[in-house]
Design a protein around this ligand. Structure first.
Ligand code: HEM
Length: 81
């Protein structure tokens, strides 16, 4: 298994615009989803999670609790907290 760079929450929080890149976390994993924003079936709402955790939003929108959604997200992993 490859090892990933480790980021702080503060670094993640600095990535919440298209210019700086859009980063999110799920558990301890960090993702750069900049390229996915325009592909998101749920539209711009994805930006609500920019710079922070997906958990509160995915708890509200259970549609994400599917294997194929996790597979999409996994492709954007860049690091760990
Ligand atoms: C739907 C991925 C973040 C709201 C979806 C679907 C995918 C997806 C693949 C379609 C699922 C299906 O129908 O089988 C992602 C990924 C995210 C993300 C990879 C983060 C990187 C968010 C956030 C919100 C959100 C933060 C809300 C604040 C929604 C909604 C839908 C949806 C409302 C349903 C859209 C519809 O069917 O009309 N998302 N999502 N998503 N997502 Fe996201």
């Amino acid at each position: 298994p490859r090892s990933y760079p480790v980021y702080t929450l503060k670094e993640v929080q600095h990535h919440r615009t298209l210019a700086d890149g859009i980063w999110v976390t799920l558990g301890k994993d960090v993702f750069d989803i900049t390229e996915f924003v325009d592909l998101h079936p749920g539209g711009n709402r994805i930006l609500l999670a920019a710079g922070g955790s997906l958990e509160p939003f995915w708890a509200m929108y259970g549609v994400h609790n599917q294997k194929h959604v996790i597979e999409i997200l996994s492709a954007y992993k860049i690091g760990e907290l």
